[in-house]
Design a protein around this ligand. Structure first.
Ligand code: DP6
Length: 324
């Protein structure tokens, strides 16, 4: 009994990073960010509000979700219930194709899908901007997975103007090769890592003040379909973000030896004239950016330098899909 809805969202990888909040409760970021929604790693979530339930039940990939993660889902459902004026508990069943916690942004697809399914099941009829604002409250990067392809999340100043929007990709075509260096759960979550960075790293403020320039240059490079510049700007912005973590107290880093090996492959390919770059998130996996026509060249180079590392080749993927 009760109304239900299903939604599917895909993961996204930022080319200009979100790292740090100005307002943790409302999830207002310090910087605007820009990402590519991928055509791999979807999360599909069904939500049904049911009067027969005493409390929310949350299932992930066929098993009960661990308590801390389930509590975060319930907190998010509270936002939806409050908005819809209901108090009913929900049954949430989610299937995740993303290796959870490996820096592959499972929270982005997860909370985007949850925002779509829960709001629809609760009878709210939100437009994509409202869905982006809602998803943001679950996980900042989820605000971007509401849209497909290239997406910009405008930092804004408060709840009303902090949302993502699609960015026209024009003639730019790009591929992303996710090199899975280690699929294990990360030691420092992005949420904790960014908080520590904001609170303690003297390198944080300089990175924030350069970010607006990085974004403006990235927008120009996209409009010009200038892949070399897209790669260069994305790489610098990501390296700067990882630099802020080394300045934190205590310092931390997501890099592993194999991450450095993959960065070396990218630099060697560039020396050979292949247009490519890389970005990294809150985990050791490296995401290589290149032209779709160079994917075979890049993967051949990876075979030699980091044999055995799993690779996932992705392209631009779709935005949030909701079904009743
Ligand atoms: C490194 O969106 O996972 O992937 O808002 O605390 O849930 P919360 O953080 P989250 O952070 C993502 C950080 C990043 C960079 C990015 O995706 O822009």
């Amino acid at each position: 009994t009760g109304r239900g809805a299903v939604a599917t969202a895909h993961s996204n990888i930022a080319l200009i990073k979100y790292w740090g909040k100005r307002d943790a409760r409302l999830a207002i970021p310090s910087t605007s960010s820009l990402s590519l929604t991928l055509d791999v790693f979807p999360t599909t979530t069904r939500v049904a509000f049911d009067d027969a339930l005493e409390t929310d039940t949350v299932q992930l990939d066929g098993a009960p979700m661990p308590p801390r993660a389930a509590a975060r889902v319930s907190d998010f459902l509270d936002l939806v219930r409050e908005r819809a004026g209901i108090t009913t508990a929900a049954r949430v069943v989610t299937e995740n194709a993303v290796p959870t916690g490996a820096g592959l942004a499972s929270s982005a697809s997860g909370f985007a899908a949850l925002a779509g399914a829960a709001s629809t099941a609760a009878g709210l009829d939100l437009d994509t901007r409202e869905l982006s604002r809602l998803a943001r409250r679950g996980s900042g990067s989820a605000s971007r997975s509401v849209f497909g392809g290239l997406v910009q999340w405008n930092a804004g100043t408060g709840d009303a103007d902090s949302y993502a929007e699609p960015v026209p990709s024009g003639d730019l075509s790009l591929a992303m090769i996710v090199v899975v260096v280690n699929a294990a759960e990360k030691a420092v979550s992005s949420r904790d890592g960014m908080r520590r960075t904001v609170e303690t790293s003297p390198f944080y403020e300089p990175w924030v003040s350069r970010s607006a320039d990085d974004l403006a240059q990235m927008r120009r490079a996209i409009a010009d379909a200038d892949l070399a510049s897209v790669c260069e700007i994305a790489e610098s912005n990501a390296m700067g973000m990882h630099g802020t973590m080394l300045g934190a107290r205590p310092p931390f880093s997501y890099w592993e030896p194999a991450s450095l090996a993959v960065m070396g492959v990218v630099r060697a390919l560039r020396d050979r004239g292949v247009v490519c770059g890389f970005t990294m998130d809150a985990g050791p996996n490296v995401k290589i950016i290149c032209s779709p026509s160079d994917v075979a060249t890049v993967t051949a180079a990876l075979d030699d330098a980091v044999p055995g590392a799993e690779r996932i080749v992705a392209g631009p993927g779709p935005g949030l899909l909701i079904r009743e």
